[in-house]
Design a protein around this ligand. Structure first.
Ligand code: SAM
Ligand code: SF4
Ligand code: SF4
Length: 342
């Protein structure tokens, strides 16, 4: 692909396209209640058939198209991205695209086996999701009898492989794991890992989200700040979703992601590509644009660029700013996080 000068692609609210999240599978080895509740994702659930998944060549080709339109960062996600067979080969193909920052979000269970291979293939960093340190609470959240120790081993493996700083994401649900906020803060203080607290979101149509179950980021900060003095840090980069803080005593950094109480749609520069090649411009969207059909019908790069450019140019998304208002869509329509890529 030749490099030609292109003006920055902006949406209708002047937001550039900078990030692409690529879901590589809609399958997972956990069943977090807030993401893939077992009653909806049980044995009868119809996952994407292997023919429906984009091949690694197709993913890499789309990644190059997105990079040529301004994307600077790609995050591999899912479902559980480490379940996709040969994932390190895909990492190597994406790492070969110049100027891209490559990261992954994972539940960490397969990192002890794969971290070293992923790092060698060119992965820079990982974010590991972990919502509790207590096995019983972890089980209540993930609906799977996996001990917390396995995720901690995954985090250690990532750090040993140099996928640093490791970010640890904790979704906080009031009445479920809010008692784990302080133990998690203590566990990761001084570890070199960055713990980030995420407000529980009404993504998808199956998790029966209620506003009362959201623990606001301000409450998390108060809980931790009462014990250890915190001070704000500037954003690491434009469009960063986490508000950053450091412990005054030098024990490291934490972040809060106030997706519900402090929406950041105005700075949202992210597109999402599902494992079957549908591109979505908002986590709360109901319909994607089918890039796989175009690819498999023989579309050239310029045609793909035109389609994605037009899609981004028409984008007005800002669901979290409107949440609960009359202009928001009904939940039944929404795609699931495990499909669209968290
Ligand atoms: N399986 C991987 C993992 O759990 O890290 C990657 C995919 S998962 C969908 C990506 C992120 O979305 C995870 O950090 C998860 O905790 C978060 N997530 C899923 N459902 C959520 C919800 N309803 N509200 C907030 N975050 C959610
Ligand atoms: Fe799986 Fe990640 Fe969803 Fe949990 S949050 S069910 S680990 S995809
Ligand atoms: Fe971006 Fe949509 Fe989330 Fe707003 S609601 S931050 S537009 S993904």
């Amino acid at each position: 692909m030749t490099t030609t000068f292109r003006p920055t692609l902006l949406d209708r609210r002047d937001r550039p396209l900078r990030d692409l999240r690529i879901s590589v599978t809609d399958r997972c080895n956990l069943r977090c209640r807030y993401c893939m509740p077992r009653e909806h994702f049980g044995p009868d659930h119809r996952y994407l058939h292997s023919d429906a998944l984009l091949s690694f060549d197709e993913i890499a080709r789309l990644a190059r198209v997105f990079a040529s339109l301004g994307v600077r960062k790609i995050r591999l996600t899912g479902g559980e991205p480490l379940l996709r067979r040969g994932i390190a080969d895909l990492v190597a193909m994406l790492a070969a695209i110049p100027g891209l920052d490559l990261a992954m979000t994972t539940n960490g269970l397969l990192l002890p086996t794969l971290a070293q291979r992923l790092a060698q293939a060119g992965l820079r960093r990982v974010t590991v999701s972990l919502d509790a340190l207590d096995d019983a609470v972890f089980r209540a959240v993930t609906d799977t009898p996996v001990p917390v120790r396995r995720v901690l081993e995954g985090i250690d493996a990532a750090a040993r492989a140099g996928l640093t700083p490791v970010k640890v994401n904790m979704v906080v649900k009031r009445g479920v794991n809010d008692g784990c906020v302080l133990p998690m803060a203590e566990r990761f203080r001084g570890s070199g890992h960055i713990l980030r607290f995420i407000e529980y979101m009404d993504v998808g149509a199956t998790n029966e989200w209620r506003l009362g179950e959201v623990l606001p980021a301000t409450e998390v900060l108060r809980m931790i700040g009462d014990r250890h003095a915190l001070e704000p840090l500037p954003a690491g980069h434009p469009g960063e979703v986490a508000t950053r803080y450091r412990y005054r005593d030098g024990a490291g950094e934490i972040g809060v992601i106030g997706s519900v109480t402090r929406p950041f749609c105005g700075d949202c520069t992210r597109a999402r590509l599902s494992a079957d090649g549908m591109v979505h411009t908002c986590l709360f969207s109901s319909r994607g644009t089918d890039l796989r059909a175009l690819l498999r019908a023989g579309a050239g790069d310029e045609e793909l660029r035109t389609v994605v450019g037009a899609l981004w140019g028409a984008r007005e998304d800002g669901y979290s700013e409107l949440r609960g208002g009359r202009r928001t869509r009904s939940r039944e329509d929404r795609v699931e996080m495990s499909y669209i890529g968290g």
